[in-house]
Design a binder for this molecule. Structure first.
Ligand SMILES: [Cu+2]
Length: 169
């Protein structure tokens, strides 16, 4: 009697631990796979988010007033389409608020990526006064995707003012 009962008890005992172990292994495997997939999704989202995040409220206007309102400045790439990592030129159009061209200005260019705390990879220079308030800036390069600032310091007719343009690459 006792032996028969023990045999009956031991049969499920032999199988159950194996099934439980198998079940646990399968569960762990799935949990592991789900965790890996989640990490990969979150990771790639964060990377693309960092690169392409449209900064809320960022003014991408290509024509602006300088900070103290002394000048109006418009910028445009000399050739259509700015390629990432390619050296290119910008045309700067400088006027007084009333629209009068500012024809004899000194312009220096600075900039960088505010989110990354680094400057421009090159040192752009205004190389040519094209007349009628137009100037050519050479040697601009954006080496990464994201938010760039181009800061122009303008000296003209004994006055000085600054303007910052936002550029999304
Ligand atoms: Cu950067």
């Amino acid at each position: 009697m006792i032996w028969r009962q023990l045999a009956r008890l031991s049969q499920p005992l032999k199988i159950d631990p194996l099934l439980f172990a198998l079940g646990d292994a399968l569960k762990l495997k799935w949990l592991f796979l789900i965790a890996v997939a989640l990490l990969a999704a979150v990771g790639s989202y964060m990377i693309s988010d960092m690169a392409n995040r449209p900064v809320a409220g960022l003014d991408l206007a290509r024509a602006r007033s300088t900070e103290d309102g002394l000048f109006r400045v418009a910028i445009e790439p000399e050739t259509a389409g700015i390629e990432l990592g390619e050296m290119h030129n910008w045309i700067i159009i400088l006027t007084r608020p009333d629209g009068a061209a500012v024809t004899d200005a000194g312009i220096t260019i600075d900039g960088g990526m505010p989110d990354h705390n680094h400057g421009l990879p090159t040192s752009p220079q205004v190389t040519q006064n094209l007349g009628e308030g137009r100037y050519r800036a050479e040697g601009v390069k954006f080496s990464m995707r994201g938010w760039w600032e181009l800061r122009l310091a303008i000296s003209a007719e004994g006055e000085r003012d600054d303007v910052t343009f936002n550029i999304m690459m």
